[in-house]
Design a protein around this ligand. Structure first.
Ligand code: ZN
Length: 317
């Protein structure tokens, strides 16, 4: 079936800058993302990341690296104007259909490129609508996954800017303290763009049941990440993904779960569920959910409808 698919986390710029490959050609073996594969898969919208945590790119500042990634997206959108476009308003979402042009918004994964909270505005102008305040390692705003530090004073100021400008916090890489700090200081919508259920796979990158409920209570959603070590032990299949989805559904119902594949986000397809060769296979997840007994409208929400609802709230009218 031609599901409308929204993927809440794709590190397209990082992948293309690291490999130097042409996005217009099908992804080489082991890689999942390319324009032909996205189109074959019927992707309707993507949260395309700007990924530059401190220390990851040792020879550049996070800001210069983020500029390079935005420039790459600009070039890609210009070159493939008929297939890719930036989502600038909620009205633009009506163009997003399976098989239609693919809408792009940006998610900044790790806020290091924002040197001062006041700089957030210029990133919003360039399409950033979601910000993960820290990545795995601590930065000036918060401790990441591998640290217990919550939001710093600068982190609270950044969060105030985000709240004021309608930029949604992405909680995926935050530790428990920082997660709670964001909820305490930000009254609105939050998401976890790429995290699974810790109840099924205990891992610091996954979310506890209480965290999943907190995200649902804010009207947000949890994007299922397709990196095998976050899904289960040993061999991981589409059925493993279904079990995580079903767990989240059991906690918060069908409106707060989606996809956040993280494909090509530092891992190859040998670390994705068995049988996934490219992003085009995301549609097969929908077919599996259907076989497992989910109604069509529920599958449609999980594959794309829930992200569409979030984007409708996030984008300017
Ligand atoms: Zn990540």
């Amino acid at each position: 079936m031609g599901w409308l698919i929204v993927d809440g986390h794709e590190d397209i710029a990082t992948e293309l800058l690291e490999t130097g490959r042409d996005f217009a050609l099908p992804a080489p073996p082991g890689h999942a993302l390319s324009l032909p594969d996205l189109r074959r898969g019927g992707l309707a919208a993507i949260l395309a990341t700007i990924f530059s945590p401190d220390g990851y790119w040792k020879d550049e500042t996070g800001t210069a690296n983020a500029e390079r990634q935005i420039a790459l997206y600009d070039a890609l959108l210009e070159r493939h104007r008929e297939h890719l476009f930036r989502l600038e308003s909620a009205g633009d979402l009506s163009l997003c259909k399976a098989g239609g042009p693919i809408g792009i918004v940006h998610l900044m994964e790790g806020a290091d490129p924002i040197r001062h909270p006041q700089e957030l505005a210029r990133w919003v102008e360039r399409g950033v609508r979601f910000v993960g305040i820290a990545w795995n390692t601590p930065n000036r705003y918060a401790g990441g996954t591998r640290d217990d530090t919550g939001l710093t004073d600068a982190g609270r100021r950044l969060l105030e800017e985000m709240t004021a400008r309608g930029v949604v916090p992405d909680l995926s890489h935050l530790n428990a303290q920082a997660f709670d700090d964001v909820l305490a200081h930000h009254p609105g919508l939050v998401v976890a763009s790429h995290s699974n259920a810790a109840a099924l796979r205990p891992h610091r990158r996954n979310l506890t049941d209480a965290q999943i409920r907190a995200i649902g209570a804010r009207g947000g959603l949890v994007g299922m990440v397709l990196y095998a070590p976050f899904l289960g032990e040993g061999e991981v299949t589409f059925d493993t993904v279904f079990r995580h989805v079903d767990h989240v559904m059991g906690l918060v119902g069908p409106d707060h779960v989606g996809l956040g594949s993280d494909l090509d986000g530092g891992f190859r397809t040998d670390k994705a569920p068995r049988g996934l060769t490219t992003v085009a296979d995301l549609a097969r997840l929908g077919d599996l959910f259907h076989q497992r007994g989910y109604a069509d409208d529920v599958v449609a929400r999980i594959l794309g409808g829930n992200w569409m609802r979030v984007l409708r709230r996030v984008l300017p009218a």
